[in-house]
Design a protein around this ligand. Structure first.
Ligand code: DGJ
Length: 729
């Protein structure tokens, strides 16, 4: 039983294979957080200290106990307004204008299996692999209750958390903040690692000490964003890939989010994570509930690589869904960087013909096949084929592509509308804008109001009509701007603050319907590359275009950051032409390929421009990718260097039986007269012997892990690395 409860003491202990999570309701019914970390087999309450701290007040019922303060003790879900002056998890304004909740323990409930969350993506698991604990807290004055939900996937060292807020009395209450978790680390002394960036440079790792005060990583863009990612890692100061304690948290949400971490007056650390309160409020009338998105938590006492493995496993197996989640993904060719908007069916067919000869499995027709879409100023929303470009119609084109042995995929940007479109001319009110104000344009487009049923129906019908009429195997679901001007004619003035979250609920409803009605179609998420690379989108789309930056050098950094939480199979990674369209950099074709192989692989170039030698090279790359694909997607991934600091990016994939090892990467800048660099491999069987395919040389696992393997002697910049080992007894 992963959930142990002592009813008399009102204490709760969640146990996973290697971790332990403890909390306890005390004599006042305050739910204290006791411990999350290593499985010690011990009640860790002895570590809590209760100093009498000036200006940290005491709850009334504590009487003379000057050292009993909500402001200093670790709490499981702290509410604002009643004397805990640190970050709070929930803030609610009552009908009399007061803002306070005093949440006390009422009871608990457990069940086999994992809870689900109405309208929101979350971890799923069957009854044999998960358990649920619910703890009920109630405000001592009003009838507002909070159910804290814990999902336990004990074999995976995963605990999920979410909260449900319920109003059971006759007065409405307005939630100003409803985080998914509040997590206290009374022992403090932590660093945080977060993932920042910008368009075409997403999820760059940044590690920093926590200083007194509040650190924040968040988005207010209506999407999880390029700029910050809804994932965070807290670790001890000496934590490395292989050693030390670290905690990871991933929010399963695609909208505006906030992660805040406070180091308080006593050096304790508190983290809150969930929907961004800056663009949120929610009215709960009598009988209504509010569901927060879920956070996935894991702890590793053995460094960050184990933490990453835990997240890769749970996101791949228990968040991603559908028939493609574990399937070998097709090698695709996408025409975007090959043609941009300038294509017709002849050009697409010629790309498909060349690609078929290379061993590519699928042609993806990107932006520009619909409406009057010849640049980014028009056409979004008009999801019917542009017959000036696709002259014989989409069905006939798809059939021709199919007859070449390729499947066909297609691009949509369903959430958007161009002002120059039939849709906008007919339904200007469907675009998000505030009455009497000009909306912000971004890429000349406006956003459709997905909180509206008629808008969602229109999008569903437009997309499904195309998927029904042509034999389409893949959809790239793009979204190319940040959202502001929040206002919906469907919502009353006092409910406008609900719109950003309602937008995401509308998006999820739409994706749920489309993905379940078209189970054979692989949906790939995209938002100007990786602007919505989050676990919420991965619930519907098992892969996401990692970045619009296809420069292999910069991609090593982007993919490195993405790998901390998200599985390798979830990253869309393509080889593009040189000079690269985003940076002008020229990188050898082989190096571009090894970098793109660390993901769901494809090409984004015009194959007719390849020389004879390059054509042979690409064929060879596709053959190799198909050979390694299962290992890349199912194996354990190891970051063997830090490409932000090192002069090389090297990583490896090790099969779960440790008999296959693929080391890939790139040496950035070649230097004269230097020794070759040894790279220590990880995750091998020390006593097994491994043969390096390219040379036939044999090494023991111990040698490769303790001594390492020399990187190749490089010649020229951006030199590729690839070594494939197999074990024998
Ligand atoms: C942004 C995407 O990330 C690109 O790959 C491409 O699909 C363009 N949008 C098309 O507009």
């Amino acid at each position: 039983m992963p959930i142990r409860i002592n009813e008399q003491e009102k204490s709760f202990c969640i146990e996973t294979e290697n971790t332990m999570y403890q909390m306890k309701a005390d004599e006042y019914g305050v739910l204290k957080h006791i411990w999350y970390g290593e499985h010690t087999g011990c009640d860790m309450e002895y570590l809590l200290d209760y100093p009498d701290v000036g200006f940290s007040g005491n709850i009334y019922d504590a009487g003379n106990k000057r050292n009993y303060s909500l402001d200093t003790m670790p709490l499981e879900y702290s509410a604002s307004g009643i004397g805990d002056f640190r970050l709070s998890a929930i803030s609610a304004v009552h009908s009399d204008g007061s803002n306070a909740l005093d949440l006390r323990y009422q009871g608990y409930f457990t069940k086999k299996g994992k809870y689900s969350i109405m309208g929101l993506p979350c971890v799923y698991a069957d009854e044999d692999t998960a358990e649920t604990l619910e703890i009920l807290l109630k405000d001592i004055t009003s009838n507002i209750t909070v159910i804290l939900k814990y999902g336990v996937l004990d074999k995976l060292d995963i605990i999920t958390r979410s909260a449900v807020i319920m109003n059971s009395w006759k007065y409405p209450v307005t939630l100003k903040k409803a985080f998914s978790i509040c997590l206290d680390f009374p022992q403090g002394n932590l660093e945080w690692v977060h993932f920042h960036g910008r368009h075409a440079m997403e999820r760059i790792v940044e590690r920093a000490p926590l200083i007194h005060g509040i650190a924040e990583s968040s988005s207010e863009r209506g999407a999880s964003s390029h700029q910050q990612n809804p994932s965070v890692l807290l670790c001890d100061k000496n934590c490395t890939e292989e050693n030390g304690s670290c905690f990871g948290a991933v929010l399963i949400y695609s909208g505006s989010f906030q992660t805040k971490i406070e180091c308080d007056q006593l050096d304790q650390v508190r983290m809150v994570m969930g929907i961004n309160p800056k663009s949120f409020s929610w009215i709960l009338k009598e009988g209504e509930k509010f569901y927060t998105p879920e956070v996935i938590l894991s702890y590793s006492g053995k460094g960050m690589q184990v933490l990453s493995h835990n997240f890769h496993r749970v996101i791949r197996n228990n968040v991603c869904r559908g028939k493609y989640k574990l399937a070998e993904r097709s090698v695709l060719i996408n025409n975007w960087e090959a043609t941009y908007y300038d294509f017709d069916d002849k050009k697409l067919l010629s790309i498909a013909k060349d690609a078929a000869r290379l061993g590519v499995d699928m042609l993806v027709i990107d932006d520009g096949w619909f409406g009057k879409r010849n640049d980014d100023r028009s056409g979004l929303g008009d999801w019917f084929v542009n017959e000036n470009k696709i002259k014989e119609g989409l069905c006939s084109l798809v059939e021709k592509v199919r007859s070449l042995g390729l499947k066909c995929g297609i691009w949509f940007e369903p959430e958007m509308v161009s002002e120059d479109s039939i849709l906008y001319r007919e339904h200007p009110d469907w675009a998000i804008k505030i009455p009497n104000r000009k909306p912000m344009r971004s890429r000349f487009q406006l956003v459709l109001d997905l909180t509206r049923q008629d808008v969602r129906d229109y999008i569903y019908n437009s997309v499904s009509r195309i998927l029904k009429c042509a034999d389409i195997s893949y959809v790239k679901w793009d979204m190319n701007r940040s959202i502001c001007d929040w206002y919906s004619a469907e919502l009353s003035p006092e409910r406008q603050g609900e719109m950003p979250h309602r937008y995401i609920l509308g998006l999820y409803e739409l994706l749920e319907k489309l993905t379940s009605d078209f189970p054979d179609v692989l949906f790939e998420g995209c938002s100007g590359g990786g602007g919505r690379f989050d676990a919420g989108m991965l619930y519907y789309c098992p892969q996401i275009w990692c970045s619009d930056n296809t420069d292999a050098y910069e991609r090593t950094k982007i993919q490195y950051g993405t790998s901390f939480f998200y599985p390798i199979s979830s990253m869309g990674t393509h080889v593009s032409a040189v000079p690269n369209h985003q940076t002008g950099r020229t990188i050898p074709l082989e190096s571009r390929a090894v970098v793109a192989m660390a993901g769901s692989f494809g090409y984004e170039l015009d194959p007719s421009t390849l020389s004879q030698q390059e054509t042979l090279d690409v064929r060879n790359q596709i053959r190799r990718y198909k050979k390694y694909r299962t290992l890349i997607h199912n194996g354990f991934y190891y970051r063997l260097s830090n490409p932000i600091d090192d002069n090389y990016a090297v990583w490896s994939f090790v099969s779960s039986d440790r008999t296959q090892v693929l080391v890939q990467g790139m040496i950035f800048h070649t230097k004269a007269n230097v020794l070759r660099t040894p790279i220590k491999l990880r995750g091998l069987s020390p006593d097994k012997k491994y043969i390096l395919e390219s040379s036939g040389q044999v090494y023991t696992g111990k040698a490769l892990m303790e001594g390492g393997i020399l990187l190749p002697r490089s010649w020229g910049d951006y030199y590729p690395v690839e070594m494939y080992f197999t074990a024998f007894l």
